[in-house]
Design a protein around this ligand. Structure first.
Ligand SMILES: Nc1ncnc2c1ncn2[C@@H]1O[C@H](COP(=O)(O)OP(=O)(O)O)[C@@H](O)[C@H]1O
Ligand SMILES: [Mg+2]
Length: 258
């Protein structure tokens, strides 16, 4: 099958410090890939190289190649802003624009990228909120501030905002770690629905979550603090959690370290 993402020989630096080293992997369209591994092994850093967010950090630099379909994301002349529209991101802490209404939060990305008629915006906002399983809860308060929603609703609002611009890929960095168990389940259900339309990469510390939501799991590790993180193995999630190829993966998922 054609690959949606194809990473080869990727390293990322903060100034002189190499945070991740020589990562290669592929991701298929309409699948969920989970990134697991101990704190500091570079999961967030790697995720941010996939939409050119890493270079926003002062000293942030990338070596290697990331292909999104036929597009070389680090090729000459590629506009990082375009890349970030194609590869959306949802963060650990829900971060709706605090002064904006629910409606404007979802419409924000579209307004940045072009001019739309009110009726077109209305349609996209409704479709995106429905897509994020939030429409029924907010349809009567579209003009109220997004920051007035509960944490779980805010996170779904951020997902609605991300999908409104129809990205190819959705990156999620521990999207449930600030949420209660019910809100977490709502997001996990949503991920299962969103993968019909999007390619999803999710960082999680929760092994059950990785096992529940993902098709493929990538285990990252580092030899010691100060050493770069590496991809240890990537395989079908079922296999990673039943019979991984590498002892360190087994040790990590069974809670022996990390
Ligand atoms: N802004 C930054 N400046 C310098 N070093 C950083 C920065 N962000 C992360 N790092 C370092 O990069 C390494 C990987 O971090 P990170 O990607 O956050 O790991 P993870 O998400 O797996 O916990 C760590 O050693 C971390 O301290
Ligand atoms: Mg992280």
């Amino acid at each position: 099958m054609a690959k949606r993402i194809d990473v080869s020989g990727l390293s990322a630096y903060y100034g002189p410090f190499r945070a991740i080293e020589d990562i290669s992997m592929t991701v298929e369209p309409r699948s969920v890939t989970a990134f697991i591994g101990p704190s500091g092994c570079g999961k967030s850093t790697f995720l941010r190289t996939l939409n050119r967010m890493h270079e926003v950090t002062p000293g942030g630099r990338v070596e290697g190649k990331v292909m999104l379909d036929a597009e070389d994301l680090y090729g000459t002349g590629v506009d990082p802003v375009t890349v970030r529209r194609e590869v959306g991101m949802v963060f650990q802490r829900p971060n709706p624009f605090p002064t904006m209404s629910v409606y404007d939060n979802v419409a924000a990305g579209l307004r940045l990228n072009g001019s739309y008629k009110k009726s077109q915006l209305d349609d996209v906002v409704e479709k995106s909120l429905r897509g994020a399983n939030l429409w029924n809860e907010v349809k009567d308060r579209l003009n109220k501030p997004g920051s007035g929603l509960s944490g779980g609703q805010q996170q779904r609002l951020c997902i609605a905002r991300a999908i409104a611009v129809e990205p190819k890929v959705l990156l999620m960095d521990e999207p449930c770690s600030a949420l209660d168990p019910i809100s977490t389940l709502a997001i996990e259900d949503l991920i299962g629905e969103l993968k019909q339309r999007f390619t999803i990469v999710i960082v999680t510390h929760n092994m059950q979550q990785a096992a529940r939501v993902s098709d493929r799991t990538a285990f990252f590790n580092l030899a010691a603090v100060g050493q770069p993180g590496r991809l240890i193995e990537i395989d079908d999630t079922e296999r990673i959690f039943s019979n991984p190829s590498v002892q360190a993966t087994e040790d990590y998922i069974s809670g022996r370290f990390g």
